[in-house]
Design a protein around this ligand. Structure first.
Ligand code: HEC
Length: 130
């Protein structure tokens, strides 16, 4: 029996035994609050990819800076806002946490993002920790 015939036999065997596949089911509720979260996540994802992803992972793996997984549990929202708006100022305020992190990361400077709003930062955090 040639390879081709064998292939045909196998093929027809599976064709005959093929069961009709169940239709995939989707839930398309437009009222779902998930849609909101999704929109914000999308904004956060854009901002993160354009401004932060060069130095940060959303996982706990270090890139240039620390992985940002669970950042909202490590720091308060206000700290994160102050830090993103002006890391230099936080370092100069003798913030112990920031200075230890700065040393740990070989004094690598994170740029300041004074124009990223609190709403944007919330979106970024929603994207990091969905
Ligand atoms: C050029 C690299 C670079 C970019 C770009 C960058 N960061 Fe950072 N970031 C760092 C480094 C390095 C640290 C560690 C502290 C230090 O060395 O100043 C840090 C620390 C942090 C921390 C504190 C992390 C922790 O574990 O406590 C947060 C939060 C953070 N960055 C958020 C952001 C966000 C959000 C963006 C984008 C808007 C961003 N960073 C962009 C380099 C960067």
């Amino acid at each position: 029996m040639s390879v081709l015939t064998f292939g045909l036999v196998v093929y027809s065997y599976f064709e005959i035994n093929a069961q009709p596949k169940p239709e995939p089911q989707f839930f398309c509720g437009t009222e779902s609050p998930i849609d909101n979260i999704h929109g914000e996540n999308a904004n956060g994802e854009n901002l993160f990819k354009n401004n932060c992803a060069a130095c940060h992972n959303t996982s706990d793996e270090t890139l240039i800076g620390p992985g940002l997984k669970n950042i909202s549990e490590r720091r308060t929202f206000q700290w994160i806002v102050k830090w993103i708006h002006n890391p230099q100022k936080v370092l100069e305020s003798d913030d112990k946490y920031a200075n230890e992190l700065f040393q740990k990361f070989n004094q690598a400077q994170m740029p300041a993002y004074p124009n990223i709003t609190e709403k944007d930062i919330k979106d970024i955090l929603a994207y990091i920790n969905p």
